[in-house]
Design a protein around this ligand. Sequence first.
Ligand code: GLC
Ligand code: CA
Length: 538
Amino acid sequence: MDDNQNWYLNAIFYQVYVRAFCDSNGDGQGDLQGLISKLDYIQSLGVDCIWLMPIYPSPLRDDGYDISNFTDVLREYGTLEDFKALINGAHSRGLRIVTDLVLNHTSDQHPWFQASRSDRASTFRDYYVWSDSDQKYPDARIIFIDTQKSNWSWDEKAGQYFWHRFYPTQPDLNYENPAVRTEILRVMRFWLDLGIDGFRADAIPYLYEREGTNCENLPETHTFLKQVRAFLDKYYPGRILLGEANQWPEDVRPYFADGNELHMNFHFPLMPRLYLALHEQDAAPLKWVFERTPSIPKNCQWCTFLRNHDELTLEMVTDEERDTLWRAYAPDPRMRLNLGIRRRLAPLMGNDPRRIRMLNALLYSLPGTPILYYGDEIGMGDNIELPDRNGVRTPMQWDETRRSGFSTAKPDQFYSPLIDTAPFDFRSVNVVAQDNDPDSLLNFMRMLISQRKAHPELASGTLEWVETENPGVVAFTRRWEGKGIFTIFNLGDTSRGARIPRELRTEPRLDLLNSYLRIVPDSTNLNLKPFQFGWFNL
Ligand code: GLC
Ligand code: CA
């Protein structure tokens, strides 16, 4: 592994759901050894870092985001030895690994909660948030609005209500209690000592509660996260914290603080606006969100994404924008969940390769470090028949054999059915088929990733919009340390001309993304086919 402590500033992440990726022992569940067997594949994508969704013991009421033991591996996934082998295997290929750190809550099966609920005198009582009334903190919103009525649930055994921002099987930890804070640092130390490169810190806005507030982004939360960062910097420099704060940019900005809190934060509000811009064939939503995005310290970076394992959240848009996006991208009510859309990228794009590629290229042109969700590199589909977010967590489609190369178990023993209906059928959408096809989405993504890595100005450079005199064509320049790139996208489904800046007209230029777009000296216009795009060196 290189020792570049700023590795995350210009990187690509790949998000892996272990259960879905590859099954090594034929029980129908993906596992760590299966993932190890696919590290060459992940390396072949050109990514820098794997984000592992939770791998800890858990009753799996929320796919592992309900942890019952913070310092072990779920049996179905393997052992701590397997985990060490995974770290070594990744590091020897130059790949880093960050794991999910679910610090806001545990499973109700966690021994802390069991002790807490059973005995008021237990030292663990105060590990959770108990109350005689379910009327406290009324200004805290409900996140899983489709299924939850309250953030409080009555516990018969405890004779009190407990606080939970997610499912009732996920009681919130009480961060007022110093013992909880110490325990979490101990958990972090455990995994850092095994060699991981950082954490994706789950659900961080909700650590503390205060009457009269919405119980999000409280000053106490920032104080604690700064302590966590100081601990990392002191003992584990170069390991990172990536925060999941689904908030407006001005509320996320404090999580970077002066470069002494989180290294990275997801840019949630950008994500829906990429879809909106495409739908409206207009860059306005993108311009709006970047105007509203404050600058961040030099040692910090945004994490950007098109999709992940959750619903495509529409929390950070106006009611009107949400309705537009729902109508455009989730016409069937079953495609909707909470305030979002439970579909994958390819189906959202109508499985149109031009739109899938363009949206990816647009994301990779904008500031931040992009994350790629497993399966989206081959354009996998989803299954809206499955409940909750399961439809976007189906088995990885490796090849066209009966079990798709995911497992040797009988398909009816799989943790989830394979996608087996057209057009996303695993017999047509799979890694092997695309590996062999130079024009496949997979090979496009590899090319996009390598071009992106070769142009650090795309990660951290300035962003300047360029007037194309055609609202459907978005163009901007990115400049950084003497390097520069000009990017242009036709968001529309008709051919369009766009005016190009004078400085580009001096010499012939060829698009860096193999689109056959070229700039000829002295021509003032560039003609783009529907959904065509390009990158040009400045
Ligand atoms: C995060 C995760 C989500 C999970 C929730 C509760 O939002 O991304 O999958 O359900 O936290 O842990
Ligand atoms: Ca297995």
